[in-house]
Design a protein around this ligand. Sequence first.
Ligand code: 13P
Length: 344
Amino acid sequence: MPALNAIARKLVTRGKGILAADESEGTIAKRFALIGLPVTLESRRDYREMLFRSTDAMNKYISGAILTEETLEQSAKDGTPFRELLAEADVIPGIKVDRGAFPIPGSKDEKITEGLDGLRNRLAHYAELGAGFAKWRGVIAITNYAPSRNGIRTNAHVLARYAMYCQEAGIVPVVEPEVLADGEPGDHSIERCEEVTMETLDAVFSELRLAGVDLAGMLLKPNMVLPGVRAAERASVEEVARRTVETLRHSVPAAVPGIAFLSGGQTDEQATAHLSAMNQIDALPWTLTFSYGRALQTAALVAWDGQEKNVPKAQAAFEHRARMNSLAALGEWRPELDMAARAA
Ligand code: 13P
């Protein structure tokens, strides 16, 4: 399917990455709590408008934006549809299509992502609205009981079914199996994360192949291989980069055009440093870039603080993080660049 491959490759254009702005109502409420802002339809719109109108960031560093259904159909304050704003910046609109993760019956600490019912019809509608790609997140927790083989397999199976529906609708599936770094208790070692990530990716690609997913017409959105956020033993940037790339080499076929990481469990700067270190490793078979939510947005959200007068400051913060991550996608980020910005 050449059309799918063309979209996937455009999303991982060198030096560009994806802005994940698809926080559900519950998640955006958590983010807004950071600045004490009530969540309303208007506050969500104003916040996302601030991001999408950051023309430097959007034009230069962002290839695609993952939206919720609300945002895909929404307009800016002056009535311009968000889809038009994104098109002006040559940013491909994407859509989060899963309906969230729910406890697996009879299983301890594990969740399965729901949202397959009616997905075929929803995807046809999103394609009409111009969505070029979609996202579905499966979560794999590491606890004293989890993950079980069943937890990994069921999530992998559902990801493959989602991916097939997307490709049928002409939409590129971004397949996101996230091994959580910030779950409970979150004190697991980097070795444990590596082992679980490998087992998860192996299961995901086995299901994708079985379902007949065209690997050239999809993207993978994985976690990096990290110690749990409360692990006593931390890992260096080089170790994270090396283990992550080794795990991906083991489990991700070269037919996949690109890998766009999530940033959960990392600070803004760690997410940038890890991506840059990976891109310094020779002979990678896929493009490695970012599909960050928190690591692209947190500084901008704090600078914005829910006030219109802060929009320029917030956009500058967003542009800075987008530029840092663009450099990381080229393997050219250096810590001094962030230090200089902090000092300024
Ligand atoms: P984070 O980068 O904040 O982990 O979010 C990315 C995302 O889309 C999670 O589904």
